[in-house]
Ligand binder design. Sequence first.
Ligand code: NAD
Length: 439
Amino acid sequence: MRISVIGCGYLGAVHAASMAKLGHDVVGIDVDHDKVQALCRARAPFYEPGFEELLAGTLDTGRLSFSTDVGDAAGSQVHFVCVGTPQKRGEYAADMHYVQDAVESLLGVLAPGDLVVGKSTVPVGTAAALAELVQEKVPGALLAWNPEFLREGFAVQDTLHPDRLVYGLPAGPDGETARALLDEVYAPIVERGTPKVETDYATAEMVKTAANSFLATKISFINAMAELCEATGADVKLLADAIGYDDRIGRKFLNAGLGFGGGCLPKDIRAFMARAGELGADQALTFLKEVDNINMRRRIRMVELAREVCDGSLLGKRIAVLGAAFKPDSDDIRDSPALNVAAQLQLQGAVVRVTDPAAVENSRRLWPQLDYADTPEEAADRADAVLVLTEWRQYRELDPVSFGAVVRQKRVLDGRNALDRDAWTAAGWTYRALGRRAG
Ligand code: NAD
């Protein structure tokens, strides 16, 4: 099939290359000239394990190309919309202008029988409004909503081997046509028996925001338990292990620490609350406000803990921050808890040096006021405290004995409960973590 993918960021670029991998002829369109140039040269514009190899391989087949000209989407039968839906400045709601612009730009190239497929995370009601627009301007063209669940760091695997497919389809015969086209796009995935849920537009849109709200709630639940553990002397890691053995609860997403960030969970729960308010159903989601609050409190607590270990004052203290990305195996620093904490420490007078295996370049661009180092050793040179704020494997595997030689004070704050506490304390470090007693 001939496919276009509008918006080639973390979601769209991986989707475009993955669709080519499935055997389709794909053109990826993005308004960002530099991004398109990089993609054409088989260079990933962001860090994502396995993506560059997939990109190079699919470009070599000749089935994948990239362009800044939406006119190159003409002739494709299926058009995926993968543009951003960030939080609006000064509001909780999602900024929908990228989605609106992308769909409007497609109107000039659509032909009857074409299918526009929304993948971006959008407020419920978006698909119905866009379907009306598409059908009015290009009679015979259809729209479906097919939310995406990929995780950064596992994006290639998640796109080619998703846990499930969700099709939000129009009613009646148009729905049959749209389903048949999507089944053709995803044929190898459908044929291997991947669960498929076919719904109306509103349910499909809500599946995504409900899933993210559940995940955010699970993280904030264990972080609320961490707050109580701090008040009682209990240990949140053991607590998570113990409750996680219950199949009904499950151990995943019960890692207490600095909480969630990134380009999805925070803005998605806020947009969900905003949309519920518009629909007069805000009471249904008031709990998400608390989920957000608990999450933000962890960042403040982390700074307090740093102050505590630095003998009550951060002024002039040298602090190494290991991690800038919002999660490991990504260079994404959108709403990064690590950078938030680093900035707070600096504002309180600490001399902060941040390092990250993949995200220093992005961080320098967005947070030029912070100081950066290439390695953990360089960041921790004569440090009064070391904070591990993103659980990269490189940091989990640091040798506390040799690393101890570079710092001024052997104090480590494990913001992700990722380190081996016994090994660090045995090497003479004062170990502190969220939700656990001092080691
Ligand atoms: P992103 O900011 O990395 O990428 C968006 C891209 O769209 C940018 O490259 C931008 O230049 C491009 N763009 C904007 N307007 C355009 C237009 N009119 N025509 C062509 N290109 C245009 O964002 P992302 O992380 O890829 O997220 C995209 C959407 O997918 C969001 O709704 C997000 O919530 C959702 N999502 C993201 C992930 C993830 O892990 N990143 C996972 C699932 C869903």
